[in-house]
Write a protein that binds this ligand. Structure first.
Ligand code: ZN
Length: 284
């Protein structure tokens, strides 16, 4: 056999093998996230963006950068697991809350996971807290919260019910996880490590998948416990009381224009509503 013929034959053989492999791949079951009964589509919402840095004035580590990074890691991991992932933003841009919610509500068989970092003027404030509003979101909040707390060494600040705009206006199960305080030196240092952000993302993904929660540290002292809306043996649903000194977080002076999802003053000041207030995106 001539060398030419041999190499031609070799090519044909490898071509045949290649097609067989391709054919086999076509019939291989692709990872189907919804097969287990969970949601098919995950809408990931990286908090803030663009001119809205998040956090409090003078904060060194920009919240918008950390939220986007964790969100992108979550996206990558969920996509690899076979989920369809929609990002409300994938770059450093400002996206109005209404747009984020509309995007979420346009999805079927979906859940909405909003990623934030916390801030407070009291530098000692630390820990993880997770929010939900409707009862159909309580289980998801618990799953994500317990996973994230289990993956960190910081305080467990509990699962809280609160009517943030993005939680109240979304028609699919939705939660907001605060992945630690960027105003706390220890938590800011951790957040700046890519390995830590990867771990946070992995924990959020575990929560989305409904993986069993590790046994967790109890909620910090001082929190008022409320009855768990989902039952179970954990005692980590607490009354939503904002960190006293974090009142400006997500409700600062620029809130008229920004994508603040929080207004910790809104409940107290409800009766003193002004036209200015109406323009604000408040949650209660
Ligand atoms: Zn935030």
């Amino acid at each position: 056999m001539s060398r030419q013929l041999r190499s031609a034959r070799g090519r044909a053989l490898s071509l045949g093998l290649g097609s067989a492999l391709l054919l086999a791949l076509c019939f291989l079951p692709t990872p189907d996230a919804s097969a287990a009964g969970g949601p098919h589509t995950i809408v990931i919402d990286a908090g803030h963006g663009g001119f809205d840095r998040g956090g409090i004035p003078g904060q060194r580590v920009a919240e918008k950068t950390m939220t986007l990074d964790v969100a992108q890691r979550v996206e990558k991991q969920l996509s690899a697991a076979g989920y369809r992932v929609i990002m409300t933003r994938d770059t450093d841009v400002f996206v109005p809350l209404g747009t984020r919610v509309a995007l979420a509500n346009a999805q079927r068989d979906a859940i909405f996971v909003c990623i934030h970092f916390n801030s407070a003027t009291r530098v000692g404030a630390n820990g993880i807290e997770t929010y939900y509003y409707r009862s159909d979101s309580a289980q998801l909040a618990a799953d994500i919260h317990r996973q994230v707390v289990g993956g960190t060494e910081t305080d467990n600040r509990g699962i809280r019910r609160r009517g943030f705009y993005v939680l109240r206006r979304t028609s699919i199960p939705s939660v907001l996880v605060e992945c630690g305080f960027l105003t706390n030196p220890d938590e800011a240092r951790l957040a700046l490590q890519s390995s830590y952000r990867e771990r946070l993302a992995a924990r959020i993904v575990n929560g989305v998948m409904g993986k069993p929660s590790p046994s967790n540290r109890p909620v910090v002292a001082g929190a008022t416990h409320v009855r768990s809306p989902i039952g179970g043996s954990y005692d980590d649903f607490v009354r939503s009381v904002p960190e006293r000194s974090s009142i400006s977080h997500h409700s600062g002076r620029s809130s008229k224009k920004s994508s603040r999802h929080k207004s910790s003053k809104s409940t107290k000041k409800k009766s003193s509503g002004s036209s200015k207030k109406k323009k604000r995106i408040t949650d209660d």
